[in-house]
Design a protein around this ligand. Structure first.
Ligand code: PXG
Length: 465
C-alpha cells in the first residue's frame, strides 16, 4: 500500500493555507482554526483513504455517502480524459445535447423502470432538488392549478444545502441560518422508531407516521399540495430505516390526494440498498426521483432529476421550462457517470450488495448489538447505524442529552483507522459497495473496540448534562 504521507514542511504549509484561505463546508471555522487546519487527505484506493500524516483509514463513509465503486478506478479517469479531448463541455440550451448526456439519460431511465422515462441533469443533489421544486410547481401551473404549490418534507430529512434544498429538508440547525424554510414548505414527523417512539409497535408506528402526511394534507387543503418528498432511508438524519409498511402507506396517501411522490435517492440510489434505487427495495412507485453521489461514485459532480412519462406529457404542453444550469448534461461528467454505471453493472455490485455484503454486514453487527452501550444496531443494504445509549434496553443518552457519546466514539474510530460519522449519538457508516468481508469485520471490530475504550469516560459523566 502506497503511503499518502507528505513531507512535514509541505503539510505544515497546507494546514497554514487551509486556515488562512479556505472555508470548508459544514464546518465550525473557529474549530478549524483551533485545530490548526483540516486533515489533508492525499490519496485513496479501494476502500482506503490516506492522509498527509501517513495514516491509512478504512473509509466507512464512501467519501460522503458517494464513492460506491470505490477509489482508484482507472477506467473512470480514462473516460474523463477521453471525453475532455473529444468534447470537454457543451451546453444543452441551444437545442443541443451531447452523446454522453443522451446515453446517460437512457441508462438511468432503463434502471429506474416504472415509467420514469425522462431525466433532467444538474451538478449536485441540492440542485437536483431545486429542480424538483421548480418542476413540480411548473407542472401544476401547466395543469391549471397554480395554487397547488406546497411541498411536504419531513423533520430531520436532508435534501441539500441550497435555499430550496435546505428548505425541503428538515434540519432545524440549517433553518436557523438564513431565514429558512422559504414559504410553501411543510414538514411532518420522521419515521424514527428508536429515537422518537421507543417501544411502540413498529406497524402501529408506521401507520401513525404515515398518517401525519394525510393530516397535513387535509390541514393545508389537498388542492394546495403539489408534492411530498422523502429519502427512502434518511442518511444525514442518522440512517433512519422506516418500519415495514411506511412507504406503502405514504404512497397510497399521495395517490389518494393526487400529490406527486418524490423519492430523494441521492444516497439510496445506485445500489446502496441492494437495488438500483431505494424505492425498488420498498416496492413503491415515485413520480419523481432525484439522484447524485453514486451516479458518478463521486468522481465528478453530476446529479439527475427523473420524472414519469405522464409528467413529461404535461411539460410538453407548458412551453419552455425556464430552468437549467450551465453544467446540465455536462459531457465529461456524463461520460464518467456512464462508465460508473457500466462498472456497477459489469461487476454486479448491486446484486453483490443484496446477496452477499449486506447480509454479511447485518450479521457482523451482532458483535456490537450485544454491547452494553448499544441500544440498536441497524442496517439495510450497505448503510447502517449504531445507537449509543447509557442504559441497555432503553434509548437514554449519556449526559442526559444527545451528542456527547457519538462524537467521542467517532473520534476514537478515526484514530483507530476507520472513518465514520457521528450523527448525534448514532455512529453511521456507508462504505463503498466493493467492501470485502474482511473490511466489514474490521469496520465493526473498530467500532466495538471504540465503544469499549469510550465506556469508562462516558460512565464518569454526570447523568444529566
Ligand atoms: N439529498 C440527500 C438525501 C443527500 O444526502 C443531498 C440531497 C444534497 O446533495 P449535494 O450534492 O448538494 O450535497 C444530500 C447530500 C451529512 C451530509 O452531513 C450529507 C449530504 C451532504 C452534506 C453532508 O451527512 N448529503
Amino acid at each position: 500500500m502506497i503511503s499518502g504521507k507528505l513531507p512535514a514542511a509541505e503539510l505544515a504549509e497546507l494546514k497554514r493555507l487551509d486556515v488562512a484561505h479556505h472555508l470548508p463546508g459544514q464546518t465550525d471555522y473557529a474549530l478549524q482554526a483551533r485545530l490548526g487546519g483540516s486533515r489533508i487527505i492525499t490519496r485513496a484506493e479501494g476502500c482506503t483513504i490516506h492522509d498527509a500524516e501517513g495514516n491509512a483509514i478504512l473509509d466507512g463513509m464512501a467519501g460522503l455517502w458517494c464513492v460506491n465503486a470505490g477509489y482508484g478506478r482507472r477506467e473512470l479517469a480514462d473516460a474523463a480524459h477521453a471525453q475532455m479531448l473529444e468534447l470537454p463541455y457543451y451546453n444543452t440550451f441551444f437545442k443541443t445535447a451531447s452523446a454522453p448526456a443522451v446515453r446517460l439519460a437512457a441508462a438511468i431511465s432503463e434502471r429506474l423502470g416504472n415509467g420514469l422515462s425522462h431525466v433532467f441533469f444538474n451538478s449536485s443533489g441540492s440542485e437536483a432538488n431545486d429542480t424538483v421544486l421548480r418542476l413540480v410547481r411548473h407542472y401544476w401551473a401547466v395543469r391549471g392549478q397554480p395554487y397547488r404549490n406546497i411541498i411536504i418534507g419531513r423533520w430531520n430529512g436532508y435534501h441539500g444545502s441550497t435555499v430550496a434544498g435546505a428548505s425541503l429538508g428538515g434540519m432545524r440547525a440549517m433553518h436557523e441560518q438564513g431565514g429558512l424554510p422559504i414559504p410553501g414548505i411543510e414538514h411532518i414527523m420522521q419515521p424514527y422508531l428508536f429515537g422518537d417512539a421507543f417501544g411502540e409497535d413498529p406497524e402501529q408506528f408506521a401507520a401513525r407516521a404515515a398518517a401525519a402526511l394525510e393530516e397535513r394534507i387535509l390541514h393545508v387543503g389537498p388542492h394546495n399540495v403539489a408534492a411530498f418528498i422523502g429519502e427512502p432511508v434518511q442518511g444525514a438524519g442518522g440512517v433512519i430505516i422506516p418500519p415495514p409498511g411506511y412507504w406503502q402507506r405514504i404512497e397510497a396517501i399521495c395517490r389518494k390526494y393526487g400529490v406527486l411522490f418524490v423519492s430523494d435517492e441521492v444516497i439510496c440510489g445506485f445500489g446502496r440498498l441492494g437495488k438500483w434505487f431505494g424505492f425498488q427495495h420498498f416496492g413503491v412507485r415515485p413520480d419523481i426521483v432525484s439522484m447524485a453521489k453514486g451516479l458518478s461514485s463521486g468522481y465528478l459532480p453530476i446529479s439527475a432529476t427523473a420524472v414519469s412519462s405522464s409528467i413529461v406529457d404535461t411539460l410538453r404542453e407548458g412551453g419552455e421550462f425556464v430552468h437549467g444550469y450551465t453544467y446540465s448534461g455536462h459531457p465529461t461528467c456524463a461520460a464518467v457517470a456512464l462508465k460508473n454505471i457500466e462498472i456497477l453493472t459489469r461487476e454486479k455490485l448491486v446484486e453483490r450488495t443484496a446477496e452477499d455484503t449486506a447480509p454479511y454486514l447485518a450479521k457482523a453487527l451482532d458483535r456490537v448489538r450485544s454491547h452494553r452501550l448499544v441500544g440498536e444496531a441497524r442496517s439495510l443494504g450497505l448503510i447502517g447505524g449504531i445507537e449509543i445509549v447509557s442504559r441497555k434496553d432503553t434509548n437514554e443518552r449519556f449526559g442526559g442529552k444527545e451528542g456527547t457519546a457519538g462524537p467521542m466514539v467517532r473520534d476514537i474510530c478515526i484514530r483507530s483507522g476507520l472513518m465514520v460519522r457521528a450523527i448525534r449519538d448514532t455512529i453511521v457508516f456507508c462504505p463503498p459497495l466493493i467492501i470485502t468481508h474482511a473490511e466489514i469485520d474490521r469496520l465493526v471490530g473498530i467500532i466495538a473496540a471504540a465503544l469499549d475504550e469510550a465506556e469508562p469516560q462516558l460512565r464518569a459523566l454526570p447523568s444529566v448534562g
